[in-house]
Write a protein of this length. Structure first.
Length: 283
C-alpha cells in the first residue's frame, strides 16, 4: 500500500520536468492525478515550453506505473479554464487531497521583451499559484478531511540572487518570494481545517527550464555571471534531478508530515546554507 493510497492530487505544470516527476511519484504512492499544463508557447520565454505530446507522455508514464490520471490543457493565468480542468478531475476521481501549484516559467534572461517579461512572469508564477489555491481550497475545506498544499518556489525565493535585474529575472525572483508569503498566509488560515501548506525550494534542477541551448548560450556569453561562486552548490552536484524534489513532496504530502505546515523546505544541495562564505562573496 502506497503512502498516498486513495488520495487525489491536482498538479499544474505537469507535462514535463518537475511536474511530470511529481505526477509519476505520487501515482507510484497510490494517488490519482489531475495533470494540467498550458501546452503552448509564451512569447517572452526563451526556450520551448511543453506541448500536448509532452502531456500525453506524462499520462503514459503514470499509467505505466499503474496510476490513474486525467490530463487537461489549461493556462494557470486563465482562472476559468483552470477551474474547468479542476472540475473535470473532481468529477473523475473525487475530491482533491493534495495540491501542487508547480507551473513555472523563466522569462527572458537577456534584453528581449522587457516589460512583457515581467507581466508574464508574475502572472504565471504568482497569480497562477493564487488561482490554483483559490480554486482548490474550498473543496478541501468542504470535504473536512484536511489535505496538503505544496507550492513550488526556488532557492531564489529565499535569497536575492538572480542572473541580472532585467524584468524577466526580476519577475522570477519576486514571484518566488511572493509564493512564500502566500504559503504563510494560507498556512495560518487553513490550520484549523487540518490543511497543511508548505513551499519547496530547489536549487537548479535538470529540466528544460535550465537544460536548454538558449541557457547554455547565455552561460557561454556571460561566464562571469553563471560561473560565479554564487551559483554553485556546496555539495558536488551541478543540477539535482526532478525526482529529488518529488521525493520531498511525497513526504510533505503524506501522513508522515501530518504536523508539518508553514515550512520553507529546501532541496538545494546546501545552496542556501553557505553562511559567511556567501556574505563574503556578495560583500
Amino acid at each position: 500500500m502506497g503512502r498516498l493510497e486513495g488520495k487525489v492530487a491536482f498538479i499544474t505544470g505537469a507535462a514535463r520536468g518537475q511536474g511530470r516527476s511529481h505526477a509519476i511519484r505520487l501515482a507510484e504512492e497510490g494517488a490519482a492525478v489531475i495533470a494540467v499544463d498550458i501546452c503552448e508557447q509564451i512569447s517572452t520565454v526563451f526556450y520551448p515550453l511543453a506541448t500536448e505530446a509532452d502531456l500525453e507522455e506524462t499520462q503514459r508514464l503514470v499509467e505505466d506505473a499503474d496510476g490513474r490520471i486525467l490530463t487537461a490543457v489549461a493556462d494557470v493565468r486563465d482562472r476559468a479554464r483552470l477551474q474547468a480542468a479542476y472540475d473535470a478531475g473532481v468529477a473523475e476521481f473525487g475530491p482533491v487531497d493534495i495540491v501542487l501549484p508547480n507551473a513555472g516559467i523563466m522569462p527572458v534572461i537577456g534584453e528581449g521583451e522587457r516589460v512583457q517579461a515581467w507581466h508574464d512572469g508574475i502572472d504565471t508564477l504568482l497569480t497562477g499559484v493564487w488561482h490554483t489555491l483559490e480554486i482548490t481550497i474550498p473543496g478541501m475545506i468542504e470535504r473536512g478531511r484536511g489535505g496538503a498544499i505544496i507550492i513550488t518556489s526556488s532557492t531564489a525565493g529565499l535569497s536575492g540572487i538572480g542572473l541580472n535585474t532585467l524584468p524577466g529575472q526580476a519577475a522570477y525572483v519576486a514571484a518566488k518570494h511572493g509564493v512564500v508569503g502566500l504559503m504563510r498566509l494560507y498556512a495560518g488560515q487553513l490550520a484549523q481545517h487540518n490543511i497543511r501548506v508548505n513551499t519547496v525550494h530547489p536549487t537548479g534542477v535538470n529540466t528544460p527550464m535550465v537544460a536548454n541551448a538558449e541557457y547554455g548560450a547565455f552561460v557561454e556569453r556571460f561566464p562571469e555571471i553563471a560561473g560565479s561562486p554564487l551559483y554553485q552548490n556546496p555539495m558536488p552536484v551541478q543540477l539535482i534531478e526532478p525526482v529529488d524534489v518529488s521525493n520531498a513532496i511525497v513526504y510533505l504530502a503524506s501522513d508522515e508530515a501530518r504536523y508539518v505546515t508553514g515550512v520553507t523546505f529546501p532541496v538545494d544541495a546546501g545552496y542556501l546554507n553557505r553562511g559567511p562564505a556567501l556574505t563574503d562573496v556578495q560583500g
